[in-house]
Write a protein that binds this ligand. Sequence first.
Ligand code: ZN
Length: 669
Amino acid sequence: MAKNKEGGKPFEIPRPEFPKRAVITGGMPYGNKELHFGHVGGMFVFADTFARFLRDRIGKENVLFVGGTDCYGSPIAEGWRKKVADGEFEGSLTDFVQRNHDKQQKTLDDYGISPDIFAASGLGRSKEIHAEVTDWFINSLYKKGQLNKISTMQFYDEKAGCFLNGRQVIGKCPIEGCNSEKGYADECDLGHQYMPENLIDPVSTLTGEKPSMRPVTNWYFKLRDYEELLKNWIEMLKKRKDVRPVVCKTIEEFLKPPVIYIKREYEEKYLSLKDQMPEHEYFEEPKKPSFTVQFKTLSDCDEAVKVLVNNGIRYRTGKTLVPFRLTGNIEWGVPAPVMDNVEGLTVWVWPESLWAPISFTQTLLEQRGRSRDEWKDYWCSKESGVYQFIGQDNIYFYGIAEPAMWMAQQESAEKTADPAEGEMQMPTIIANHHILFLDKKASSSGAVKPPMADDLLNHYTPEQLRMHWLGLGLGQRSVSFMPKPYNPDAKPEDADPVVKDGLLLSNVYNRMVRTAFYTTQKHFNGIMPSNTPSENILAEGKKAVLDYERHMSKFAFHQCTYVLDSYIRNGSKYMAKTIKEDTPAEELSQALADLFYMIKIAAVLLHPMAPFGTEKVREYLQVGEELWSWDNIFEPLTFFVGEGHELKFLPPRTDFFTRHESQFETAEN
Ligand SMILES: [Zn+2]
């Protein structure tokens, strides 16, 4: 066996280590509609592939992949209100969310996305548990002195006679350099947060009027207290090879010294006031329409803002940490605990969606007849990894607000970015860059409408799409999704990039598996030859496995597809060379054993990416699920089934991986 030789080799790259247990989450899709392609192709496929890999790598029983629909907030309530008014929907708000949740679940099933639970923050048992977890989470922060009660001005529509929330107000984002045209009440669609009074040119979407401001009281998490700890955390992250540069860079932008940008026309006024402001540096930036002043601390910056406001100077602030609002007065939300006699509040949807995966973990454990308390084994143990797959636009929430709140939950008054055993552990954030559509940034509210995930399945098989998306390299840069049937600029002779990426499976690998089965049926009566695979075949298999494992430990999915591409294509060449019509029986037996070994290695490595086809391969190989376990990854098939093993009969013209039926009509190749 190959194992015997391992001890003798002096210079092997150490294999990556994986945790004993793991919880994997994908960003929560919002419950106002079905999934569009970006949910699946920009995020879920990656979370699912990693979850499936870990199940094979560390054992299925040690992996929890939790997801769910984000049910609350003003966009859902607004969306439902409009649909009912337009006669497009009949039923309650809960019915509306349930319908969208069910459709999301169906889409995930169709793509082979395999969360252990796909729950919903506002439906069923997971709703009840989420309400309990929310109550606990906020109360616990309050008792630990991590919250502030802050009174602010909130938009109020005088004509409609009500407070305005979130998307009920629209204006321009006040964050310098932001190009978003969609600035809502206190955040823009790119995730920047600001004080409502700083929103530029606000308009009420209910009446089209300019709203007034009225005072409200809310609970805020003291996010600013975590500036130093977040800096400590970032230093640790920068040393890790599994954390993408976009994560560190985006977080660091919020940790830089606070700055204010002031329009050049106010320069003289500023110069006359600058001695009233805390110590700061002035940066002349001749080419820009504004100049910059930089402060040492956030509180200095606040002082300066007051001076500017009192003197009517318009300004913008840079990205910086602001108190993180936890509550609001949107009716469609999780009730907030009553603390310090402040009643009638609900929890803002963003913060509760950050701990919703904990609620879903508890729901799942309860479903499996285990104690809900065991959530801590996954979220609060150094033996466990917490892997969160998100899009880069949400790094502020998952990479700043969440880790700071997790640290704030530590029992000790002295907080640390390296939590002790039993405390909530810092997550590993895997952020993808944008997946563009036909070279544009698509959003369901924007001019370029992204296709719905379901619609793509009218043109492609789920595995063609999975392989294509995994190969895009979204971890490194934004990439455009260019499916030919949707691309008005595609010429008839152009190859479809999605079909092209699928050929490795639908042509090359499929042919290898078929040849192995049909040859065995023809010459060996369906009994798999039990020769030991050749030395070079074992060595190549081992190299592919170790390369793949190393890339997977760094979430370099596209690199994993490259490893598979060259491994499978080499295998195919080897097959063409060794298995011919006139190959003598003894040689054929060895060639088939080699071929089955390559098929087995490739199947295990493909299993997380292309689950449907690889399960079919396993079915015909007549091997149990132990085939997928990395505990025996280097072993040949005879290790699992012994000698003289009979394969399942493969009828003529049977495929393991195929193209979509629509692609046969056009003879795409
Ligand atoms: Zn913005």
